[in-house]
Design a protein around this ligand. Structure first.
Ligand code: PMP
Length: 389
């Protein structure tokens, strides 16, 4: 504010940010970027590279070759110059692998989720959403302007009730398959049954299930017997099990065509970089040739949980590659994660307000390529540095 104006001077326009930053700092809630050191020998239990394919020479090599052939970027939106034969091949192979009619690739899983929710609903429709869906799905519900009912976590009866009492003809049930924080699995067959009974579509974000769940890693939707169902749509990210970057929507052909024609985060976004498309395509082919990778990630997760539980820690029962371990307080969780890092094991740390249930925990990912020695080291460090030890 100046003497002559009730509004701030140009140099004071962002002063409000300082007050908010200070409040976050006082509450211990600032976030830190920690660039990885190339070649670090720290043990990674924090990344989402579930099958260990991000650095696989076949996958990274395909990315490099595609960048040299097609360019570093895709050069435009998918509908203008941003589509290559790699994008088409990836879409065909993803759809056929997952047992869905068609697929559409996006520049990220976040963009795919925004598109899937917003383009499949609208002000004239209802959305029934699990309380713990991923932020990108939540943002999609906001963009959609639909009538949103948020239901208790994995509560099929509540979802069915919201469907039965809705005021609109159209409805979309939205859920993650494997939830990001605790790694628990949504009751997909029961949700699908409720959707069938009440004439609704089911949208499942299989970001954490694809590549890990099922004998061949075809994901939670496939494993639940829902692949190819006429009212089921799934989304995934290419950045977790496939070790690349990007996202996809898979579902009935007419749904995919509708996305191409109407989804704003598809139409107005630069297409996925050719290197990422090639990396994802190559990783998918590796997974087809080595389906045992999925089981290895799951087994390592189970092994971690069993050993941490035996050591007296409160570890979640894994359904895919994610294991969470409870901490007594946000401060203890942060200190624990830092102590692990100092001892050479990088783990994730979730604490309020990122977790709506206010429970702080370490988040571990058990990659398929972890060795017995890696697991021994991880268990030793996590138990040794646990709060109160
Ligand atoms: N859905 C879930 C469940 C996720 O965990 C993530 C990534 N953290 C996304 C969607 C977004 O995918 P991307 O990182 O490719 O944007």
């Amino acid at each position: 504010m100046t003497a002559s104006s009730p509004f701030p001077a140009p140099e004071a326009v962002f002063d409000w940010i300082d007050a908010r930053s200070q409040a976050r700092q006082d509450a211990g809630l600032t976030r830190q970027l920690r660039p990885r050191a190339a070649g670090s020998d720290a043990l990674d239990l924090a990344s989402n590279d579930y099958l260990g394919l991000a650095k696989d020479k076949r996958v990274a090599g395909a990315a490099a070759a595609a960048a040299l052939k097609w360019g570093a970027g895709s050069t435009g939106s998918r509908l203008v110059t941003g589509s290559t034969e790699l994008h088409t091949e990836l879409e065909l192979e993803l759809a056929s692998f997952c047992g869905m009619q068609a697929a559409l690739v996006f520049s990220s899983g976040f963009m795919a989720n925004l598109a899937a929710v917003a383009a499949l609903s609208g002000p004239e429709s209802a959305i029934v959403a699990d309380k713990l869906i991923h932020a990108s799905l939540i943002d999609g519900t906001r963009l959609s302007k639909a009538n949103v009912a948020v239901v208790a976590h994995c509560d099929v009866a509540a979802a069915a009730n919201a469907l039965a009492t809705r005021k609109t003809e159209r409805a979309l049930v939205v859920t993650d398959s494997v939830f990001s924080v605790d790694g628990d699995l949504a009751p997909l067959p029961q949700l699908a049954e409720a959707c069938g009974k009440h004439g609704a579509a089911l949208l499942v974000d299989d970001a954490h299930g694809f590549g890990v769940i099922g004998d061949e890693g075809k994901g939670a939707v496939h494993d639940a017997g829902l692949a190819g169902s006429p009212n089921v749509v799934m989304t995934l990210t290419l950045s977790k099990s496939l070790g690349a970057q990007g996202g996809a929507i898979l579902g009935p052909r007419r749904v995919i065509k509708h996305m191409v024609d109407t989804a704003r985060s598809f139409i107005f976004d630069t297409g996925l970089a050719p290197g990422s498309a090639a990396a994802a395509l190559t990783a998918l082919r590796v997974l087809k040739e080595e389906p045992e990778l999925a089981g290895k990630a799951r087994r390592n997760a189970l092994d971690l949980t069993e050993r941490l539980t035996a050591a007296g820690l409160h570890a979640s029962t894994p359904t895919a590659a994610v294991v969470s371990v409870r901490a007594p307080s946000p401060e203890a969780a942060v200190a624990w994660a830092n102590d692990c890092r100092t001892a050479g094991v990088v783990v994730g740390c979730f604490r309020p307000p990122s977790v709506p249930d206010q429970i702080s925990r370490l988040r571990l990912t058990a990659r398929a390529d972890l060795t017995t020695a890696d697991l021994d080291h991880a268990v030793d460090v996590i138990t040794r540095t646990a709060p109160g030890r």
